[in-house]
Design a protein around this ligand. Structure first.
Ligand SMILES: [Zn+2]
Length: 608
């Protein structure tokens, strides 16, 4: 914080001060009106450099009208900048019902995952198909609406929760909108100018209506909050709160969108009530074949360093084969945006695995590795000696004991030699498009192996440092059981075995029998956390890190929100190459020897 402030003050040059003076005098009461003859704004401004840097050659705006022109220009530049990209888009939605004690709680849920094509017309294609798919409806539009389609017809486009990635894809200009300056406001570390936007009378349907926050150096939109105006009869637009992050120089990249509808006040009859989180990532994923790979080959460094001068023995060959399959799968999942690159979260998971291995005298021919699946549904699987845990599952685990429980099941598969995936040693099996990853890869064990892995896992846990912490693991299973019938989408595994089947938790369910009673009213009993509180996914490069927010005290049972989605409140900061490099270095250098890193105080939940 202190470090940031000094940087901020030193960066606050005269241009910004001049602008702020204008802001304070001229703008507070007077809306920035459109000129009589709206100019084609983009055409009157110099083109932006290809480097992706903010246009430094533009004179700083001196009137609020000029600020608005700059906002419009920057939005058009962002649309252009992102047009060749196809980020992963994930929406997780919980329909709500009113619980007298806990307030609105999930009634059922829906999950959508796809790649969004941000070129001329925004479109998206689905990752989910067949069993993993939300099969209640078959069009994307119906997917996004779930059961609501019976009551509401959506007119805008089958983009639903992703609409607010831009304010207005085609007509974000003075001809269609009035910009009313509101005030200045900090969002995190970033000082913003706040504008209310209203579509002009004749601007047509489906225009953005709401508020935008614009950072005060380059005038990029960093947050949009509102809805779309003038739906046709029987149509409906969601309310959305969309956040962008400064992940590349000069651009703020759409990252999170929160949607919420429903009124639980007395007397109100709910037609719809839901909350939904939409996350975008994988902006920097390669599209199509990697043509630039040849330039990266370092032939001189490739050397066979196997100690033996002989051919592999049959067993050694088998292990090589499995290693090859494992490497293929890990590489392919990462290329599809489904696996985070190696990072410091892996080191934390690795530490827990090591603790289990050491105390159980487990020695494996190859070290066990851990990786994070970038998606929300709660799932784990292993391929060869790599254990994969989903971001959503790490999010909701209350402590290290429950993390050890999750990892012990997959470690047990490895110890018992339940190796899966050797068919992926054939490289032709990696040649498929990202959207069909779930149809082409799968790591489900037969029921007998699941039972054996659970048994072995409990043995290992009882002999480990986590033996004293199994109450919390058992409580987690109880909490999951309490919510499982309502959360079938969150509990639908896409690559591994389901943790729950038909609303009943099956994975390590035995641990629940010895756990204390689940009591939502006991404020110091935190059995499971909300989604999104632990793992932060970088939408540009897919790296994951552990959130270091200060825990917020729980004051009522309604604060617990186990497995629930909540609004987003990212702490906005400006991109800095120095801090980006420092973060990378720190991640690489962090010795991750402390097993307490994942053990947030179990009496509090992390804030979003
Ligand atoms: Zn299993």
């Amino acid at each position: 914080m202190r470090k940031f402030m000094s940087k901020f003050v030193s960066g606050m040059n005269l241009m910004v001060l001049a602008l702020l003076a204008v802001t304070m005098t001229a703008a507070a009461q007077q809306p920035a009106t459109a000129p009589q003859n709206p100019q084609p704004v983009a055409a009157t401004q110099p083109a932006q450099s290809q480097s992706g840097q903010a246009p430094a050659n533009l004179a700083p705006p001196t009137t609020m009208d000029q600020v608005v022109d700059r906002v419009i220009l920057r939005e058009k530049e962002l649309i252009k900048f992102l047009s060749p990209r196809t980020p992963v888009v994930e929406t997780y939605l919980q329909n709500l019902t009113q619980d007298p004690q806990l307030g609105p709680i999930p009634q059922d849920d829906h999950y959508f995952l796809g790649r969004m094509d941000l070129s001329e017309s925004i479109d998206r294609s689905d990752y989910l198909d067949g069993k993993g798919k939300d099969t209640k409806n078959d069009s994307m539009e119906k997917h996004l609406l779930g059961e609501f389609t019976k009551k509401f017809k959506f007119q805008y486009q089958p983009l639903g929760f992703s609409w607010m990635i831009f304010a207005d894809r085609n007509d974000f200009d003075r001809g269609h909108y009035d910009f009313h300056y509101v005030r200045r406001e900090f969002l995190g570390d970033v000082r913003c100018l706040v504008f209310d936007l209203t579509p002009k009378k004749d601007a047509g349907r489906g225009r953005f209506l709401g508020r935008i926050w614009v950072e005060d150096q380059d005038f990029n939109i960093v947050r949009l909050n509102g809805t779309y105006a003038r739906p046709q009869r029987n149509n409906y637009y969601f309310h959305m709160d969309a956040w962008r992050l400064n992940l590349v120089p000069g651009y703020w990249v759409p990252s999170y969108i929160y949607s919420e509808e429903g009124d639980f006040t007395a007397g109100h009859i709910n037609k719809i009530a839901f909350k939904a989180q939409t996350r975008m990532w994988g902006y920097n994923l390669k599209t199509g074949p990697a043509n630039d790979e040849l330039t990266n080959i370092r032939v001189d460094s490739v050397k066979d360093d196997t100690p033996s001068a002989q051919d592999a023995t049959p067993l050694a060959a088998e292990r090589e084969w499995q290693q090859q399959a494992e490497d293929n799968v890990v590489e392919r999942l990462q290329r599809a945006g489904l696996l985070a690159p190696e990072g410091d979260v892996d080191k934390i998971l690795q530490t827990v695995v090591n603790n289990l291995e050491i105390t159980n005298n487990i020695e494996l021919p190859r070290p066990v590795r851990t990786r994070v699946l970038t998606t929300s549904p709660l799932e784990t699987f292993s391929v060869g000696n790599t254990i994969v845990v989903s971001r959503g599952l790490i999010d909701v685990l209350p402590d290290e004991g429950s993390l050890a429980m999750v990892l012990s099941h997959e470690l047990a598969h490895i110890v018992l030699g339940h190796n899966l995936g050797s068919q992926y040693a054939f490289n032709d099996r990696m040649l498929f498009s990202d959207e069909v990853t779930y149809q082409n890869l799968g790591f489900k064990h037969i029921p007998e192996e699941e039972t054996a892995a659970d048994k072995k896992a409990i043995e290992m846990l009882k002999a480990s440092p986590y033996a004293q912490k199994l109450d919390s693991a058992g409580l987690f299973i109880k909490a999951l059981q309490a919510r499982a019938p309502q959360l079938s989408a969150l509990l639908q595994a896409h690559l591994g075995n389901n943790i729950a089947e038909n609303g009943t938790v099956t994975r390590l369910a035995q641990l629940a029998t010895s756990a204390p009673a689940l009591d939502w009213n006991k404020l110091d009993q935190i059995a499971a956390l909300p989604l999104g509180g632990r793992v932060k996914l970088n939408p540009w490069d897919d790296k994951v890190e552990i959130v270091k927010s200060q825990p917020v005290a729980i004051t009522s049972a309604r604060d617990k929100m186990p497995f629930e989605v909540t609004p987003f409140y990212p702490r906005l900061t400006r991109y800095s190459a120095a801090s980006a490099a420092a973060a990378t270095t720190a991640a690489a250098a962090a010795p991750a020897t402390t097993t307490t890193a994942t053990t947030a105080d179990a009496s509090t939940t992390p804030s979003n």
